[in-house]
Design a binder for this molecule. Structure first.
Ligand SMILES: [Zn+2]
Ligand SMILES: [Zn+2]
Ligand SMILES: [Zn+2]
Length: 286
């Protein structure tokens, strides 16, 4: 079992293509892990978390084909996490051959926004047309916070995020045989309802991925900052939510306040967590 980080940047990528701030200029000069695309995660080769705007580029750049993807857990519909044009471009109508049916999971708010965008791009069909399954090789599943469900061989639980309430954003735990991961992006400090659900969730996590939009000298607002990531990691450990050798990764990293990768990774190492980078593969036990 493995997870691959397809992207690790916040909404405007890192470096921001139009920006000449110190962090963006240094990231350009350094290259490598300091170049970040918009956040998305691939679990094994068949489960995608967030159909983001950069998944096509990430797939080709990091040599991780998405041809076997049959499940997508969508956290929320903000543009840095959901590009509905991918739902069209992977369809038979665009000449795509042999792609499995995509089962797309999201909250009511996420599906509402996705449907509006798809109607705009694909009139007169909408996400909820009865024919959409055949036209787009797609099946839609509405899920709610605190709901648990099986998809294929995975057990999934959705958690409420502390983020734009207009779109019911969700965080996800995904478990398989002998492993469990938590994807906590986008969110500010987890709401107590999420903590309570994490306690009820069976089994501690091997990998936790947390929103790290804001850097070491910043405070949280609608996203976590470096200090809050440390606080969340410590609380998870104290409450028995982490396996002994669990790894905690920062992702969704913004150019404002977060230095380029080597410096941020050094700060993280000093505080007991790791900074993900695009193309990073993390293997877990089977
Ligand atoms: Zn975001
Ligand atoms: Zn910048
Ligand atoms: Zn967001």
């Amino acid at each position: 079992m493995e997870v691959t980080f397809l992207g690790t940047a916040a909404a405007n990528a890192y470096p921001e293509a139009f920006c000449r701030c110190v962090n963006c200029e240094r990231a350009r000069a350094l290259g490598g892990p300091s170049l970040r695309k918009r956040s998305a995660l691939l679990v094994n080769d068949d489960l995608l978390i967030d159909l983001g705007p950069d998944v096509m580029t990430a797939s080709n750049l990091h040599r991780c084909p998405l041809t076997e993807v049959r499940y997508c857990l969508q956290t929320h519909p903000h543009a840095d996490h959901l590009d509905t044009s991918h739902l069209l471009s992977r369809s038979p109508g665009y000449g795509v051959v042999g792609a499995p049916r995509l089962h797309f999971y999201g909250s009511a708010g996420t599906l509402r926004v996705a449907a509006e965008r798809l109607r705009r791009d694909c009139a007169p069909h909408t996400l909820f047309d009865p024919e959409i399954g055949e036209r787009l090789n797609l099946e839609i599943h509405q899920v709610e916070a605190l709901q648990s469900f099986h998809i294929g061989e995975y057990q999934v639980t959705a958690f409420p995020a502390n983020h734009d309430p207009a779109v019911d954003p969700l965080l996800y735990a995904v478990s398989g045989r002998g492993w469990s991961i938590f994807y906590g992006v986008d969110t500010a400090s987890l709401p107590e309802a999420a903590w309570q659900a994490l306690w009820r969730h069976k089994g501690a996590f091997d990998v936790v991925v947390l929103d790290h939009t804001y850097g070491p000298e910043e405070t949280e607002s609608d996203h976590l900052s470096a200090r809050q990531v440390v606080e969340h990691m410590n609380r998870m450990r104290e409450e028995g939510l982490l396996e002994d050798r669990a790894r905690v990764f920062a992702t969704h990293i913004a150019h404002e306040g977060n230095p380029p990768h080597p410096e941020l990774a050094s700060f993280a190492a000093d505080h007991g967590y790791e900074v993900a980078y695009d193309g990073l593969r993390v293997k877990l036990r089977d």
